[in-house]
Design a protein around this ligand. Structure first.
Ligand code: HQG
Length: 173
């Protein structure tokens, strides 16, 4: 199931064209078409993934005919993110080797539509370890919000914003 979930990430966030699939403007893919195009994938497996994926990466539409990734896209889709007031601080996990560039430029969204931020240090550490030796930045999200920056929370609890200028970052470890 983990391999299938990873593959779904590729299809629903980045490259639907690899299986000839199209997402609509809100990032939805047609469930039956998706199952037709991925060998061995069926509705029951998708239901398992939507319910049990460790980061709740995917959602069905109410009638379960459509499926989409909740966040993390690199292709321009509007997943109808909720704009909300963030907590005073959030965290960003990255790799040690990126820290000087981040200190100079702030956090950039790179290939994705948003910079991804976490509620707690432990989650940020996991995110950071994907890239190498983890490095954690504290983000002064309360100050940013007061200064007019917008924050969004995806339905699976990930915090998103367009850019974090360096002045709102504090290096933790
Ligand atoms: C770094 C995963 C140099 C940034 C995770 C990160 C997350 C800079 C990398 C979600 C930089 C981009 C997103 C700058 C940012 N100079 N490097 N100025 N600004 N970076 O994968 O946040 O498992 O696109 O620190 O859990 O690591 O896929 O972003 O290291 O929630 O569901 O550029 O993806 O979720 O890497 O991860 P990514 P991310 P999933």
């Amino acid at each position: 199931m983990k391999a299938t979930s990873k593959f779904l990430s590729l299809i629903l966030r980045h490259k639907p064209q690899t299986i000839g699939l199209e997402l609509d403007e809100h990032g939805w893919a047609d469930v039956s078409e998706l199952c037709r195009r991925v060998r061995g994938l069926d509705f029951a497996t998708l239901e398992q993934i939507v319910a049990h994926d460790d980061k709740r990466r995917y959602s069905f539409s109410a009638d379960k005919r459509l499926i989409r990734a909740n966040q993390g896209h690199s292709i321009p889709v509007d997943v109808e993110l909720e704009e909300v007031k963030p907590p005073e601080v959030l965290y960003h996990g990255t790799a040690q080797r990126f820290s000087s560039s981040i200190n100079a430029q702030g956090l950039l969204k790179m290939s994705r539509l948003y910079v991804h931020l976490s509620n707690d240090v432990a989650t940020a550490e996991k995110v950071g370890r994907r890239h190498g030796q983890a490095k954690i930045f504290l983000v002064e999200s309360g100050k940013m919000f007061a200064d007019g920056y917008k924050f969004f929370r995806s339905v699976n609890g990930v915090w998103l914003t367009e850019h974090v200028p360096a002045k709102y970052l504090k290096e933790m470890f």
